[in-house]
Design a protein around this ligand. Structure first.
Ligand code: ZN
Length: 268
């Protein structure tokens, strides 16, 4: 299989390791598949510290990281403070990409929408203070997520990671200035809404990610995911887009570089 120019903008090497593939092995496999860089995502204080450590330990392998507070956990006030202060301390670190995962998750319901909303605001506020992109997790909460991000229009920016809503919401978020990032779900046969979104957005607003170890694309669907599978997601994008494959490959790569360098996608 051909190697493409690729950046995995969202992976969880620590969770892949918990599921049996060591971090060095994941990285090696990813490099073998042609992946140039990857963004390791923090979801609480502990994993944010780990993500920063990985970016230093594997500096040569081009690991970038985020610091986040995932809405799937009921993260308490003292930990939130620690995460916020970790962000403050790392603003100037060139390997540090942005604030996230943060967002709203009304599917798992580990904490109330009200408390998720308060935390979400705290992290959006710190992102605009330092002009950092946000990495948004949103599940069964498109209306409220859109509502909150609309309040920050023109100030907050970043990516709607692992996009799972419909074409209409893809365009609404894109118009607020967010990249829309597609995971392995775009390769699932029955994901018609996601296909429509991926086909109709401006190419300039699209990112791809594995979100590994989750959401493995075919031909490995059902198995543990890792960043080396990103190429299958890119190939699915080829079939959904009107541009030439090379244009799609180059533009998504360029978008990913811009994202890592904390540049916003803006339409307005
Ligand atoms: Zn994730």
């Amino acid at each position: 299989m051909k190697n493409y120019k690729l950046i995995d903008t969202h992976c969880h090497l620590d969770i892949i390791e918990d599921q049996g593939l060591s971090i060095p092995d994941s990285i090696q496999k990813a490099k073998g598949s042609g992946l140039e860089k990857m963004v390791q995502i923090g979801i609480n204080y502990e994993t944010s510290v780990l993500s920063k450590d990985l970016s230093q330990k594997y500096a040569k392998e081009n690991i970038y990281y985020t610091i986040g507070c995932h809405p799937i956990y009921d993260i308490q006030a003292d930990e939130i403070e620690k995460i916020l202060s970790m962000i403050e301390k790392n603003v100037d670190d060139p390997r540090y990409v942005g604030v996230g995962e943060i967002g709203l998750d009304y599917y798992h319901k580990k904490s109330s929408p009200k408390s998720q909303m308060e935390t979400f605001h705290k992290f959006l506020d710190i992102s605009i203070k330092h002009k950092l992109p946000v990495i948004i997790h949103s599940r069964d909460a498109e209306k409220d997520t859109f509502q909150v991000l609309s309040e920050y229009k023109g100030k907050a920016f970043g990516v709607i990671h692992c996009f799972t809503y419909n074409q209409e919401y893809a365009h609404k978020f894109m118009e607020l200035g967010y990249y829309i990032s597609f995971s392995g779900i775009v390769s699932f046969k029955n994901a018609t809404d996601i296909h429509k979104a991926a086909a109709s957005l401006p190419l300039e607003s699209i990112l791809i990610e594995t979100d590994s170890p989750f959401l493995t694309p075919p031909p490995f669907r059902g198995k543990r995911n890792d960043p080396s599978n990103l190429k299958y997601i890119l190939e699915r994008m080829f079939s959904l887009r009107d541009e030439t494959n090379l244009e799609v490959e180059n533009r998504i790569f360029e978008n990913s570089i811009n994202f890592i360098q904390r540049k916003a996608y803006y339409t307005c």
